[in-house]
Design a protein around this ligand. Structure first.
Ligand code: NAD
Ligand code: ZN
Length: 245
C-alpha cells in the first residue's frame, strides 16, 4: 500500500521546486465530485445499457438515434449540480500564485472554471456550451436540462441543438490542440491525473513534454505508469487537498 504522507511530501516538493507547471487531467479528477469516469470498475463502461457508452457518445449515433443519445446524455453526462473537489480548488489557487500556467483537460464538466481557474484548455468541449446545428444559436446547460422535449430544439429556428462536446468520430479543434501543445511544451513540471491515457489524440500530448519532471497520479495502476518520472496511486482530490501553495 503506497504511503499517503510520502506521496503528499513528494507532490509538495515538486510544486515548491517548479514554476512553469501544467496540469493535464481526465475523468478521474471529477469522480470525487460525484461524476462517474468511463473505465473504473464503477465507471460508465461497466454499467449496463442497451448500447455501450462508447457507441452512444459517437457522432454517428447522435445523428442516427438522437433520442437515445439524449436520454443517456441528460441522465449521465449533463450533470449540472456537481461541485469542484480538492483537486479543482487547489489548482485554482496554484494558478493565482503564478506557478500553474495552464490546465489541459479531457473533461467536459466545467468544474475547473467553477473553481475559479482561468486558463483551462478543454480538449473535448463542454456540457455548458450547446449550439443549434442549423443557425448556430447558443444555449447553456440549463436550457438543455430544462427542455421539455427529450431532443432540445432551437427557439429561433427549430433546429436540433448539439452539445459542444467532441463525440467519438469527431475531430478535436486544431486551435485547442495547438494551445495545449504549446503549454505542455513550455512546462517544467507536467502533472497528469485521473486519466487512463487511452483516448487519442489527447493521450499522445504527454509525448511533447520535454521539461524537467512528469508525474502521474491515478487511483489505479495503468499501462501509462512507466511513462512518468513519478507515479502516484492516490485519489487526486484527497491528495491535492493536503497541498499548499
Ligand atoms: P477514463 O475513465 O478512461 O480513466 C479515468 C482514470 O482515472 C482511471 O485510470 C482511474 O483509475 C482514474 N481515477 C478515477 N478516480 C480517480 C481519483 N479520484 N483520483 C485519481 N485517479 C482516479 O477517463 P479519461 O482518460 O479521462 O477518458 C475518458 C473520456 O471521457 C475523456 O475523453 C473525457 O472527455 C470523457 N469523460 C469526461 C467526464 C467529465 O467531464 N467529468 C467524465 C467521464 C468521461
Ligand atoms: Zn437555430
Amino acid at each position: 500500500m503506497p504511503d499517503f504522507q510520502e506521496d503528499v511530501n513528494l507532490m509538495q516538493n515538486l510544486i515548491d521546486t517548479h514554476d512553469r507547471i501544467v496540469f493535464f487531467g481526465g475523468a478521474g479528477v471529477s469522480t470525487e465530485s460525484g461524476i462517474p469516469d468511463f473505465r473504473s470498475k464503477d465507471g460508465l463502461y461497466n454499467q449496463k445499457y442497451k448500447y455501450d457508452p462508447e457507441t452512444i457518445i459517437s457522432f454517428h449515433f447522435f445523428e442516427t438515434y438522437t433520442k437515445d443519445f439524449y436520454e443517456f446524455y441528460k441522465d449521465r453526462m449533463l450533470l449540472l449540480d456537481k461541485k469542484p473537489n480538492g483537486a479543482h480548488l487547489f489548482l485554482s489557487k496554484l494558478e493565482k500564485s503564478g506557478k500553474l500556467k495552464a490546465i489541459v483537460t479531457q473533461n467536459i464538466d466545467g468544474l475547473h472554471q467553477m473553481a475559479g481557474s482561468k486558463n483551462v484548455i478543454e480538449l473535448h468541449g463542454s456540457i455548458h456550451r450547446n449550439y443549434c446545428m442549423d443557425c448556430g444559436a447558443f444555449y447553456d446547460g440549463n436550457f438543455m436540462k430544462n427542455s421539455k422535449d427529450i431532443i432540445p430544439h432551437c427557439q429561433k429556428c427549430g433546429g436540433v441543438i448539439k452539445p459542444d462536446v467532441v463525440l467519438y468520430g469527431e475531430a478535436l479543434d486544431n486551435g485547442v490542440i495547438d494551445k495545449a501543445i504549446y503549454e505542455i511544451r513550455n512546462a517544467d513540471l507536467l502533472i497528469v491525473a485521473g486519466t487512463s491515457l487511452v483516448v487519442y489524440p489527447a493521450a499522445s500530448f504527454i509525448n511533447v513534454f520535454c521539461g524537467d519532471k512528469l508525474v502521474l497520479i491515478n487511483k489505479d495502476p495503468s499501462s501509462a505508469d512507466n511513462r512518468a518520472d513519478y507515479t502516484i496511486h492516490q485519489k487526486a482530490g484527497e491528495l491535492f487537498e493536503r497541498l499548499h501553495v
